[in-house]
Design a protein around this ligand. Sequence first.
Ligand code: ZN
Length: 190
Amino acid sequence: MSNFYIDVIKKDKRFKSTQTIKDISLLEPGTRAAVAKLIVLAHQAGHEIRVAETYRSQSRQTQVFKAGASELSKVGCHGYGLACDLGLYHNGVYDAKGEHYEFFIGLCKQVGLVSGIDWGTPNQNHTFHDWDHVQRIPVFRQNEVFAGTWYPPVDYDPYKDTPPLGVHEPVHETIHHAHHLKHRHSRRGC
Ligand SMILES: [Zn+2]
């Protein structure tokens, strides 16, 4: 099996880094292109957004978990180059208010990303909003990625995909979405 995770991420010297990484070259190419488009579209709409974190190692997730800064011990889509966190700025000042990120939902749909606000399924009642988070795949594909049995092709469209037989959307995204940091959670008021 050959894919971006195996060929690039696992071989990168930052694979086990405990630092915050903002390098978009560690985003899977389809994810990278979609994030770039999202930033351009946001700017055209008058919003300044910047990349806050791209790849996150399991080592970093374990560290922040042990420090009590995250509720979850396992790294999620960030660990596979399939997720990115973005910061909203006004005149260079970071905006931590979650509700101000709601425009991400519409932009994500335009560029083929899933927003951590509605998880791509706006008709479901979501108890968990990860305001600054975008990812390349729907929640129903995550376990396959984590198990190493599937990885999205570059031209993957999460809105044309359907859950494999027997796989249902989990009710609580927090179970599968393992990267979330508490300080963001509290600062964003969700
Ligand atoms: Zn994230």
